[in-house]
Design a protein around this ligand. Structure first.
Ligand SMILES: Nc1ncnc2c1ncn2[C@@H]1O[C@H](COP(=O)(O)OP(=O)(O)O)[C@@H](O)[C@H]1O
Ligand SMILES: [Mg+2]
Length: 321
């Protein structure tokens, strides 16, 4: 993958019990060097794989912490640029048929010249387009099935639903849907953009139930009109046995966010990204056309005041993939 908002993989180095080789001619060292006169047969199966990524001075968590402590002031131009870069990176990843599945502040790397790069591929998976037409307007969202539903034939394409750090986990995952789509990454991006506007984590639940409850406090409780059958199989939305039934709450996303640095337009964009129903949730492609990103003469990262607070020491060697 090659995109300015995705952390670039520089090289892959592998080591076997007797050697270390690298996909480029670098000086990578193995800690598993064997003796050259070893009489045992040499295994060529790598025992370790090292992935070397382009270096970034900090991550979005560092930026948010500095902004909360007021040692860093994020201008409206910063917020608009960060939002656009997050969406550009996400659009590229999804266009390449990859689900990231762990979007959170600590996995968005930031350079001092205000460039954001999505990284940490530990939970990422590729997805295949469904063999049938997408049933709704959400045709930009690619889909995978979880371990919980569908017929025998589909087993090979089912993935775990135990993905995404709790605070950024989409409501359909919390409710145990039978399949999920790229919309789960968009939910996490929506939470992150709101976090940049508010300078606090949007939904900070201690467990899955509390997380869903916090989501419903802001996004309203689902109704058969807004989200038909969000649970497993044919279960109606919030059946009477569900612990959160029947405490109906209205949707207040725009009201809660319009007085922040994002303003009315930023609040409207977050509202579109935090649709409860994944089929109504905007794709990264749709979001990139939102007025918020085009108003007030948007700036390029190089035109923004640099983030001098990012001072992560450059590692002398190593790292992990
Ligand atoms: N491109 C990068 N530049 C600088 N630091 C990085 C980069 N990628 C990862 N790190 C740092 O390396 C550590 C591991 O990061 P990550 O790839 O997110 O893996 P994980 O979170 O699964 O351990 C973290 O401290 C992270 O901040
Ligand atoms: Mg990480």
């Amino acid at each position: 993958m090659s995109h300015e908002n995705v952390v670039r993989l520089e090289e892959i180095a592998t080591s076997t019990s007797s050697s270390c080789s690298s996909s480029s001619q670098s000086s990578s060292q193995s800690s598993f060097q064997g003796e050259t006169n070893d009489p045992e047969p040499v295994s060529h199966v790598p025992s370790s794989i090292y992935m070397v990524f382009e270096y970034c001075e900090g991550d979005l968590l560092d930026v948010l912490k500095a902004a909360r402590k007021q040692t860093l002031y994020l201008t409206k131009d910063h917020l608009r640029s960060f939002t656009r870069q997050l969406l550009e990176g996400m659009f590229y990843i999804h266009k390449n048929r990859i689900l990231h599945r762990d979007i959170k502040a600590a996995n968005i790397f930031v350079t001092r010249d205000c460039r954001l790069k999505i990284g940490d591929w530990g939970l990422a998976r590729s997805w295949r387009p469904p063999p049938y037409p997408a049933p709704t307007a959400a045709e930009d969202h690619g889909s995978v099935r979880t371990n919980g539903g569908g017929g025998e034939r589909e087993k090979a394409s089912r993935y775990t639903d135990n993905v995404v750090t709790l605070w950024y986990r989409a409501p359909e995952l919390l409710m145990g849907v039978a399949s999920y789509t790229t919309a789960i990454d968009i939910w996490s991006i929506g939470c992150l953009i709101a976090e940049l506007f508010l300078l606090r984590t949007l939904f900070q639940g201690r467990d899955e139930l509390e997380q869903l409850n916090l989501i419903f406090n802001l996004c309203g409780t689902p109704t058969p009109e807004t989200w038909p059958a969000p649970g497993r199989a044919q279960a109606p939305p919030l059946s009477p046995s569900h612990p959160l039934h029947p405490s109906y709450r209205p949707r207040v996303v725009k009201q809660q966010l319009r007085n922040t640095q994002g303003g009315r337009e930023g609040a409207d964009l977050v509202d579109k990204l935090l649709a409860l129903n994944p089929n109504s949730r905007w794709s990264a492609k749709q979001a990139l056309d939102h007025d918020y990103l085009w108003m007030d003469d948007p700036k390029e990262p190089g035109e923004l005041p640099p983030i001098v607070h990012l001072r992560r020491a450059q590692p002398s060697a190593g790292g992990k993939g």
